[in-house]
Design a protein around this ligand. Structure first.
Ligand code: PEP
Ligand code: MG
Length: 330
C-alpha cells in the first residue's frame, strides 16, 4: 500500500454524511495551544493545568494562574476550551499537595480527591480560570478529574457555579462513574472520557507498566462497553433533566484520552455516540481523514463489531479490516 501524505486538517470534523464530530486538541500550555490552533483544532478538549503547578514547591499565585490560562484562551477566540482542574497525584505527584508515601498512589488521593485533603487550592484555581475567562472570548468549560460518584460531581458543580463558571463537567475515568453515568451527568453539563485512566482502572493494569500493554488497551471490549454505557447515561440524564422541554439540553460526551487519536478507534467512538474527540494535534489530520470516509450508520455498525469482539486484538483487527482507507494512510 502506498503512503499518502495528508493535507492539514480542514478544521471541521464530519462523517461522510455530514454528522459533526468536532475535533479538538489536548494541550498543556499556551504555546501548545497556539500550535494546536495552527494545526486546525476546532478548540481545546483538554487543557492539562498541571503545567502551571508541576516542578514547584508551592501553589502558583492567582496572577500566575490567570496569565497561564489566559494564554490558552487567547489562542481560541470564540472557541471551546475545556479546562481540567488540577489532576495531582498518581503519575502526576505534587510535593505540596500529594502524599508520596501512599502505598498505592493510583488509588490514592488524586485529582478531585485533593480538594478534601487540601481545601482551597481548587477554589482558588476556579477563581483564576473565571478571571482569565472574563478577559478573553473563549467559550470556557471546566471539568474535574477522577470523579467517582454523583455526590462529587454535584460538589464540583456547586463550586464552579460559585466561581461564576457556567459549564461544569466531569471526566469519566473511573468505572464506577461510567456505570453511574446517568446520576453523575444529571449533576453537570458535560462529560469527557479519560480513556487512559478508564482503561487502567477497568483492566486493573497500571498505565505506566509497559509489560501490561496488552491489558492496558482501550480496544478492550470491557472499556468500549463502559464508553457506550456512559453515552447512554448521558442521554438518559438529558431527558430526565428537562422533561418539559421540546428539545433536551444536550450533554456533550467527549473523549480526551489517547483512544481518540487512533483513527479506527475514533470511528468506533463516534459510532458509540461520542460527540467530540480531543487528541494530540498531530493526530487531527489522520482522524479527520478517516472519519470523513464513513457515514454515521457505518460508524455505528463498526461500533457493534468492536463491542461484540471477545478480545482487544479481535476488535481492532475486525474494525481495521473494514476501513480500507487506513491502508492508504500508511
Ligand atoms: C485520561 O486519563 O485519559 C486523561 C486524558 O487524563 P491523563 O492522561 O492526564 O490522566
Ligand atoms: Mg486521567
Amino acid at each position: 500500500a502506498s503512503r499518502v501524505s495528508l493535507p492539514p486538517f480542514s478544521g471541521t470534523g464530519t462523517t461522510s454524511d455530514g454528522h459533526r464530530v468536532p475535533l479538538l486538541a489536548n494541550v498543556g500550555s499556551g504555546k501548545d495551544a497556539k500550535a494546536a490552533a495552527a494545526a486546525g483544532a476546532e478548540g481545546i478538549g483538554l487543557l492539562r493545568t498541571e503545567f502551571c503547578f508541576l516542578g514547584r514547591d508551592s501553589e502558583p499565585t492567582q496572577e500566575e494562574q490567570v496569565t497561564a490560562y489566559g494564554a490558552v484562551f487567547e489562542a481560541f477566540p470564540g472557541r471551546k476550551v475545556v479546562v481540567r482542574t488540577l489532576d495531582a497525584g498518581a503519575d502526576k505527584p505534587l510535593p505540596f499537595l500529594t502524599d508520596a508515601t501512599e502505598p498505592n498512589p493510583a488509588l490514592g488521593v488524586r485529582g478531585f480527591r485533593t480538594d478534601r485533603s487540601s481545601p482551597g487550592v481548587l477554589g482558588r484555581q476556579l477563581e483564576a480560570i473565571a478571571i482569565a475567562a472574563g478577559a478573553h472570548e473563549a467559550d470556557v468549560w471546566v471539568m474535574a478529574p477522577m470523579i467517582s460518584t454523583a455526590e462529587e460531581a454535584a460538589d464540583f458543580a456547586v463550586q464552579c457555579t460559585g466561581a461564576g463558571l457556567a459549564m461544569p463537567g466531569v471526566m469519566i475515568e473511573v468505572p464506577a462513574a461510567a456505570l453511574m453515568a446517568e446520576a453523575v451527568l444529571s449533576r453537570v453539563r458535560f462529560a469527557s472520557l479519560g480513556t487512559n485512566d478508564l482503561t487502567q482502572y477497568t483492566m486493573a493494569a497500571d498505565r505506566q507498566l509497559g509489560t501490561l500493554a496488552t491489558l492496558n488497551d482501550p480496544w478492550q471490549p470491557a472499556v468500549l462497553q463502559l464508553i457506550g454505557r456512559t453515552v447512554e447515561g448521558a442521554r438518559a440524564a438529558e431527558t430526565a433533566a428537562e422533561p418539559g422541554q421540546a428539545t433536551a439540553a444536550i450533554k456533550n460526551v467527549g473523549v480526551c484520552g489517547e483512544a481518540a487519536a487512533d483513527p479506527a478507534l475514533a470511528v468506533v467512538l463516534t459510532g458509540l455516540g461520542v460527540n467530540t474527540l480531543s487528541m494530540t494535534p498531530r493526530a487531527l489530520a489522520s482522524v479527520g481523514a478517516v472519519l470523513a470516509t464513513v457515514s454515521l450508520a457505518e460508524a455505528q455498525d463498526l461500533a457493534s463489531v468492536a463491542l461484540s469482539a471477545h478480545t482487544a486484538a479481535e476488535a481492532r483487527s475486525a474494525v481495521r479490516s473494514r476501513l480500507p482507507v487506513l491502508e492508504e494512510l500508511g
